[in-house]
Design a protein around this ligand. Structure first.
Ligand SMILES: [Zn+2]
Length: 282
């Protein structure tokens, strides 16, 4: 099995999650799952339009989306494409801003059906985004929220996104941070052992986990420049009936990591990588 970032076949097993090995590339440090997986896996959201954890997909993400919108959307105008838009809550949020037209693309037909019928969104499409017939140089912003870690071969999608962004367009990516996730997975394994309900590295879903080095590498290879990291508010990951203690700890961790990010001159990132890049003018 070759590393999707540097094509090296030199790697070692650094974790095993319920029988699935997770490798670390000996050359670039990328983590990747032995599970393989399908580039166009469409079963993530199941088959139905009901029964989704709307709290998780909507409320729990709002502070992160608010942060994004105050940086990139408020006071501006343009067209945004959210690739892997899931149930469509982010597209709905952006489309409420004056001057913005928001589109979503999603491989899961069930999720698109939810966005169209429950959220009444018209600009949501199902299928492979690389086969969409958007005009070239069309979008001001393309977002990938928790998408690139699911792809065995991310170049195809990044290359397409580069084509449909206009010359000053921005690609924004949110994805788990390999080093921190591996560290946390090992701690969890020590404390809890290996249990099916606990999320370690999610080796059957997260096929590629990036570092602060490998994500810029793959972006530059696909003609993106001015690659920069930032921090957004974390997902508030506890169900509505929970105690709130996890949210408190998560917010504490967020403020700590944000301070560390600034103190380290934007070099230190924690759980997740938030990265913005501009299309390279040709
Ligand atoms: Zn590599």
């Amino acid at each position: 099995m070759k590393c999707a970032i540097c094509q090296s076949d030199k790697h070692k097993v650094v974790f095993n999650e319920l029988g699935v090995d997770v490798y670390q590339c000996a050359v670039c440090g990328q983590l990747f799952s032995a599970y393989g997986g399908d580039q166009y896996y469409d079963g993530y959201f199941g088959n139905g339009v009901i029964g989704y954890d709307n709290f998780w997909w909507n409320e729990a993400h709002q502070k992160m989306y608010d942060d994004f919108c105050s940086k990139y959307i408020a006071g501006k105008s343009g067209k945004l494409l959210d690739v892997g838009c899931g149930l469509g809550f982010f597209v709905k949020k952006v489309s409420h801003y004056q001057g913005w037209e928001a589109f979503g693309y999603e491989i899961s037909k069930a999720a698109v059906n939810f966005a169209q019928t429950e959220l009444k969104l018209n600009n949501i499409f199902s299928g492979k985004v690389e086969e969409a017939d958007f005009p070239k140089n069309y979008f001001d912003i393309v977002t990938l929220w928790d998408v690139v870690e699911h792809l065995p071969s991310p170049d195809v999608m990044l290359n397409y996104i580069n084509l449909v962004l206009h010359d000053d367009g921005i690609l924004f990516i949110h994805t788990p941070n390999a080093k921190v996730q591996l560290f946390k997975a090992r701690i969890k394994k020590l404390i809890y052992g290996m249990k099916p309900k606990i999320h370690y590295l999610e080796a059957r879903d997260h096929l590629n986990i990036y570092t602060t080095k490998t994500l810029p590498m793959i972006l530059r290879r696909n003609n993106f420049q001015s690659v920069s990291f930032t921090h957004l508010h974390p997902i508030q990951s506890i169900s509505g009936s929970g105690s709130g203690r996890n949210i408190f700890l998560k917010n504490l961790w967020y403020h700590f990591s944000r301070i560390m990010f600034w103190l380290s001159f934007k070099k230190v990132n924690f759980d997740n990588l938030f990265i913005a890049a501009r299309k390279q003018n040709k």
